[in-house]
Design a protein around this ligand. Structure first.
Ligand code: F6P
Length: 325
């Protein structure tokens, strides 16, 4: 049996990264415990506030955010912490070598209906050691990430982790309260017959995306010559996890529903960590045409269209978008 701690000792050269991932995993175990208590822990429902994105905060969003903030701002390796739920980054220990970003509870509208949710995290280097970290220090392209992952609170609780050299998965052993290695060197097939997209946005998409989904829906009778299946968890963590387990393609594409939003998902703590995991498993992640990890962020809460998963499918979507330009 290899625990997460063993795995980090064997695969990571950085005590700082191990320290931060150790804290994230301990908080994830606390969040898991609260989720399993459900209505009994009085953590469901609205907290009565809106986050920086103007979304209603669920009680557990707020609790998960506070738990992660408390742990990471006290972590000596962390110079700063940024969260989906906070307007600005929070400076931690100026001597720290790392910056941590997270979405404490992705897919939180799933909480009250007993469906999967997750915690997503990304770890960046801190290049201004000795000085108080500010938002500007976080604005590094996804290629700079030193580690990234998520914890999916599903039928079991699973962590997917990359240290930039492949993807490993750990399952939470609720007897010993430890994450235990269940799979390494995860690899996504280049082709797939499964896609994930919120098709209710169809009329707001670009023609290239409409054409792509039209072709999938046409199945054997259309240009792709094979039938496709569709799945939508409504929590990106769940959809990405399915792709790491059995392949597929996921998209939250550009849409014109809200002219102020280039896409729905957040670059720095949703798209970037997921893109690193997907690439490390042999898949691809783009905004339809450009590699997500190459995008230079201009703000912490920036949104981006996302297309990720099976390499050939992501390439085909890119081809359709480029042909339409
Ligand atoms: O906020 C992000 C998110 O909850 C993702 O986890 C998920 O993929 C998406 O939004 C769901 O969006 P929609 O409610 O439009 O289906």
């Amino acid at each position: 049996m290899t625990t997460l701690t063993d795995y980090l000792a064997q695969h990571s050269q950085s005590a700082n990264i191990n320290h931060v991932i150790g804290d994230i995993s301990r908080v994830a175990i606390q969040i898991n415990h609260l989720l399993r208590q459900g209505a009994l822990a009085d953590i469901q429902g609205e907290a009565g506030n809106q986050n920086v994105q103007g979304e209603e905060q669920k009680k557990l969003d707020v609790i998960a955010n506070d738990l992660l903030m408390d742990a990471l701002t006290q972590n000596t390796a962390c110079a700063g912490v940024a969260s989906e739920e906070m307007d600005n980054a929070v400076a931690a220990n100026a001597g720290g070598a790392l910056l941590a970003l997270f979405d404490p509870l992705d897919g939180s509208s799933n909480i009250d209906i007993n469906m999967p949710v997750g915690t997503i995290f990304s770890i960046l280097p801190y290049n201004n050691q000795g000085h108080t970290a500010t938002d500007a220090d976080f604005l590094q392209a996804g290629t700079a990430q030193l580690a990234a992952g998520y914890v999916l609170y599903g039928t079991s609780t699973v962590m997917a982790l990359t240290l930039g050299n492949g993807v490993a998965m750990f399952s939470l052993d609720t007897q010993s309260n430890q994450f235990v290695l269940i799979q390494q060197n995860i690899s996504i097939d280049a082709d797939t017959k499964e896609y994930a997209v919120n098709a209710s946005n169809y009329r707001h998409w670009l023609p290239a995306m409409q054409r792509y989904v039209d072709e999938l829906v046409a199945g054997k009778t259309g240009a792709r010559g094979k039938d496709y299946n569709m799945r939508w968890v409504a929590a990106m963590v769940g959809d990405v996890h399915r792709i790491l387990c059995r392949g597929g393609v996921f998209s939250y594409p550009f849409d014109t529903k809200d002219p102020n939003k280039a896409g729905k998902l957040r670059l720095m703590y949703e798209a970037n960590p997921m893109a690193l995991l997907i690439e490390q498993a042999g898949g691809k992640a783009t905004d339809a045409t450009q590699r997500i990890l190459d995008i230079t962020p201009i703000s912490i809460h920036q949104r981006v269209p996302v297309v990720l998963g099976a390499k050939n499918e992501v390439d085909y979507i890119k081809q359709l978008h480029e042909a339409a330009q």
